[in-house]
Design a protein around this ligand. Structure first.
Ligand SMILES: [Zn+2]
Length: 321
């Protein structure tokens, strides 16, 4: 049975993804606020309205939704929520929510260029279609309010906005100073590491974001906050956030060194490395595994432990330094 503890009610909703359920949070304050909005499936909606009713509410009672990030499992049910809802999120959420056609042209080209650079062979259009297929379960809405680092939101004043980019280019977390609670979205998860997903920059002129480097910086940022509990986007709450962060950073470093060993022997493309790292799943989960591979390569380049060179066809090869 769902219930409020310290004005926070955790509502777990089903998703069709490997990650399993997604957690959204109803926050009692001057204004009834929902953190994230599940995925756009009938199952998720039924589960959501049922659990809301257990708490004594209907979707019409929710006045504002605050997004931790733009991924479909965190925004989809916005589609079926009341029209007059305020929707807060990082500015990067905007083009995804309103399906901005200009943005998606640049978005698609961004991935085509990357597929080429990575040394992928085959039908890029169908690869991209697969990469984008979760967007079907996203919402078609508009962000009403852009929020950023340090902001406070009316009716939700106890919480301060922290920018925690990495897993997504839109990722925000929310920190309540009086008791150290953190609404962490997918920034920290109890049992799995967050994938630093490859996503295009907001402006087509900008360089490709380096999500693993952003993610590490966002993880280290948590050391500046006394966190009693983190409410996460998937799975259980995390009590000992700082030691979890240390473990995550260490594990990432270990995996990067494993990649460094691979490129000591011979120059390899991103796709070569991806296949070696994830022989069983790279075909099924190309987006996640290429993101994870790029994460390690970006990291190795950042610590000057690898070198990247392009061949005459524009395919990138990596060697150890
Ligand atoms: Zn996500």
């Amino acid at each position: 049975m769902v219930t409020f503890i310290d004005n926070i009610a955790k509502i777990s909703l089903p998703t069709p993804f490997a990650v399993g359920d997604v957690n959204v949070y109803l926050i009692k304050g001057d204004v009834l606020t929902l953190i994230d909005a599940g995925i756009k499936t009938k199952d998720a909606w039924e589960s959501f309205t049922y659990q809301l009713s257990q708490l004594g509410y209907t979707p019409d009672d929710i006045k504002q939704v605050i997004l931790t990030h733009h991924h479909p499992d965190h925004v989809g049910l916005l589609e079926w929520m009341p029209d007059d809802l305020k929707i807060f999120g990082h500015r990067y959420c905007a083009p995804y929510l309103c399906r901005d056609q200009d943005f998606f042209k640049v978005h698609d080209q961004f991935y085509f260029n990357l597929f080429h650079e990575f040394g992928l062979q085959g039908d890029y259009t169908s690869m991209l279609r697969k990469w984008k297929s979760p967007l079907k379960l996203s919402a078609n809405r508009s962000l009403t309010n852009v929020i950023a680092e340090g902001d406070r939101i009316e009716g939700f004043e106890d919480w301060i906005v922290l920018e925690t980019l990495g897993h997504a280019q839109s990722h925000l977390s929310f920190y309540r100073e009086k008791d150290g609670a953190l609404l962490a979205g997918d920034h920290v998860l109890a049992t799995i590491s967050s994938n630093p997903l490859l996503e295009p920059p907001l402006s087509s002129q900008a360089e490709r974001p380096k999500p693993q480097l952003q993610y590490n910086a966002s993880l280290k940022k948590l050391f500046d906050y006394d966190i009693s509990i983190a409410f996460t986007g998937h799975g259980n709450e995390v009590k000992n956030v700082h030691s979890l962060v240390e473990r995550r950073l260490q594990r990432q470093q270990d995996r990067a060194m494993q990649v460094r060993e691979m490129i000591k022997a011979e120059p390899l493309t991103t796709f070569d490395i991806c296949q070696k790292l994830f022989p069983a799943v790279y075909q099924k989960e190309l987006g996640l595994t290429l993101s994870e591979t790029t994460a390690q390569l970006d990291y190795l380049l950042s610590i000057d432990a690898a070198e990247k060179k392009f061949n005459e066809d524009g395919i990138a090869y990596f060697t150890a330094k």
